[in-house]
Design a protein around this ligand. Structure first.
Ligand SMILES: Nc1ncnc2c1ncn2[C@@H]1O[C@H](COP(=O)(O)OP(=O)(O)O)[C@@H](O)[C@H]1O
Ligand SMILES: [Mg+2]
Length: 317
């Protein structure tokens, strides 16, 4: 399976109020056409920063990104336009993703115009995408403005806007977290249908393992800017290899996306462990910590064909 998008060793360091924030510390991943990859981890672990680097909305401090075989790490301005059309972000908050003064027609025309689609094709493309997100008949939606729509309807428009340039990759960062629980599964199902119909690659980002389990075949677990575990979602949930994954699984008692849950119980702080200090960043909260966890940083290692974990447990020195 060849990757559509591949990232190697992504790092991002921010300078905030005079101190450095190591938001992402060496994330590598790949996603193929038709595949849905999940990135899960608690708030602040670097998921959004990773997504923004993958979409070249944020410049990586270090690392490389390839899309469809081409190195896009250093592209800027006009050179990025073809990539911008093919890799689209689904925004988290539908209530501020759309210009409140724009009609839906205008919100959907803008990307087509930006990416140089002939005006003669606009109406057909917009109608098709509105049908795809079940805002039908399209003509009854075109002249409405955001304030006339519910949260779920707004998120359908946001999804339509991401799909209208005919992307090959969708990155959905907490795509339903701002929505009422009752409409979440509907939006996720629409996304899945669009992916299946169009053969899109997708990266779903969420703090919610239930959402990831619902939509992703493969999952990366992030903790404090690093990938601590990676594998097929079902196997990773059935038998977590990293103690942090086990904590996430324990926090998700039911496999449902239509219920609200309490916040995750474990919280780390990025300033706890500067990247130069050796040892596992999870050790202070880990029920299995041993002396080696302070002395040695666990590298991401393969534990079976398609699973990797960054943990000393079960690793014979
Ligand atoms: N532009 C920025 N400037 C400074 N710090 C940032 C910036 N963006 C994110 N961060 C910090 O980087 C860390 C990771 O943030 P983020 O990627 O948003 O995590 P997540 O999406 O997993 O909640 C956090 O500590 C956050 O405060
Ligand atoms: Mg985020």
């Amino acid at each position: 399976m060849s990757a559509l998008l591949e990232a190697v060793g992504l790092r991002k360091t921010f300078r905030a109020r005079g101190r450095l924030v190591h938001a992402v510390e060496g994330v590598s991943l790949a996603v193929a056409a038709g595949e849905a990859l999940g990135i899960v981890g608690e708030s602040g672990c670097g998921k959004t920063t990773t997504a923004r680097m993958l979409l070249r909305l944020e410049e990586p401090t270090e690392g490389g990104i390839r899309f469809d075989g081409a190195d896009i790490t250093k592209l800027h301005g006009n050179a990025l336009r073809p990539f911008r059309a093919r890799a689209q972000l689904v925004f988290q908050n539908p209530f501020d993703a759309l210009n409140p003064r724009f009609t839906i027609r205008r919100s959907l025309t803008e990307p087509l115009r930006n990416f140089g689609v002939a005006a003669s094709e606009h109406r057909e493309r917009i109608d098709a995408v509105l049908r795809r997100v079940r805002l039908t008949p399209p003509e009854s939606w075109l002249d409405r403005r955001p304030h006339e729509l519910s949260g779920g309807q707004l998120q359908r428009v946001v999804l339509a806007r991401a799909l209208v340039p005919e992307p090959r990759l969708i990155v959905a960062d907490e795509p339903v977290s701002m929505l009422d629980v009752s409409v979440r599964a509907g939006i996720l199902n629409l996304l899945r249908e669009a992916r299946d119909a169009l053969g899109l690659a997708a990266i779903y980002i969420s703090h919610d393992l239930a959402l990831i389990r619902y939509v992703c075949e493969r999952t990366l677990v992030m903790y404090l800017g690093q990938v601590v575990e990676e594998g097929p979602t079902a196997a990773l949930i059935a038998e977590p290899a990293h103690p942090y994954t086990a904590v996430l699984v324990a926090a998700v008692p039911v496999a449902r996306v239509d219920q609200n849950r309490a916040a995750l119980p474990v919280r780390g702080s990025l300033s706890d462990a500067p990247p130069t200090a050796p040892g596992c960043t999870f050790r202070d909260r880990c029920p299995h910590a041993m002396p080696r966890c302070t002395a040695d940083t666990p590298a991401l290692r393969s534990i079976s064909g398609d699973r990797r974990v960054a943990c000393h447990l079960g690793d014979l020195p």
